[in-house]
Design a protein around this ligand. Sequence first.
Ligand code: DLL
Length: 435
Amino acid sequence: MHKYYQPDKETASREQLTAWQNKGLVETVHRVYENVPYYRKKMDDAGVKPDDIKSIEDMHKLPFLTKDDLREAYPYGLLAVPLHDCVRIQSTSGTTGRRVVAFYTQHDIDLWEECCARAITAAGGTPDDVVQVCYGYGLFTGGPGLHGGSHKVGCLTLPMSSGNTDRQIQFMTDLGATILCCTPSYAAYLTESIYERGLRDQIKLKAGIFGAEAWTQEMRHDIEEKLGIKAYDIYGLTEISGPGVSFECEAQAGMHINEDHFIAEVIDPKTGKVLGDGEKGELVFTAIDKEAFPLIRYRTKDICILTHEKCACGRTHVRMTKPLGRSDDMLIVKGVNVFPSQIETVLMNRGYAANYQIIVDRENNSDTIEVRVEMTPEMFSDELSTINANEKELVADLKSMLGILAKVKLVQPKSIQRSEGKAVRVIDKRNLYTG
Ligand code: DLL
């Protein structure tokens, strides 16, 4: 029944996992050195030859790969097989510079979909389930990845893609969707819309698989409670395959990284030094059994913590925390590091929905930060004095969370634009990185 709970792989001993990783790493390094001139040069420049890599103990000798490398090598420069062998491309949603394009052979697609199938199975999915996929289809990996995973598990798959909320809710109720796959911000929006239409009773959902953007525990609990489901986090990135690089199990205590396919390291983003379990740093991945686009020591910019501690579910694969921020999009406001997730925590703790925007600006050489958040519908009819008091309350909470003063503006319900994909939470008007 649970075809994609694969105990032989997912509960393999550490010795077995290490043996697979050693073999996969050595083979991959030799293969890319021979087939990819860009890698050969990178390794030559770093003074490392394929024979220097005998096991994962030698990983630290290999140079890191970054998004800049991908841009430089765009489009075919990192391809490790003839283009003729590829059957698909996917691409990131990047808005600056050249897009990142990832290539897949049929083997790579199967591997990726298997990861997504494991995620769906870990969320309780079986062939009896109806999986509604409202991640975007197309170049974005969200739709195609979960879609393929759902097929592999044998679920009835509703390939909705993003948007058209009325239609989403109609199919959800008419066809009795039991598992919802979308971004957490869209899940929050769908929840709100289901309540508005008075359709909560007609929803049969039991689980949600939400990822592709940061979300807090508070947001998880809110969605779980309102929809009566269990909400699972799922993580991934186009460069490594897409969603399913890691996923949550029923313990909801970190995401298991599919270690039989990907080696994970956490490094100090400044020095590149490899950090141990429990230490916070930048996540780095090496794909050990991909054919077309096998990235080695790819720096994700996602900040997180790994743990090899035993998980209650029995899976042995290492777990990562949800990304705690990005080493590159962390905001520095008045010299203080600010993560949008901290602001979200404050808002959710005070009962606001996750409809907010953070606007950072600079006036008279001094940074300003303003948080716009929608009033709850009850508040909308309150006196101005009450609204002012609520704003003041939030200012105080934010001050104690962030250590700096942030302006707060309560705006009318529904006035912040909803997202069907990844929400745009931060508007940084300072243009610190241009010119
Ligand atoms: O977002 C793949 C994906 C699709 C993951 C659907 C999960 C579900 P990219 O567009 O390449 O791929 O963006 C990758 O998104 O480096 C993280 O910064 C962020 N991200 C992905 N999953 C999570 C998550 C897809 N669960 C980038 N929590 C990554 C927080 C996430 N951030």
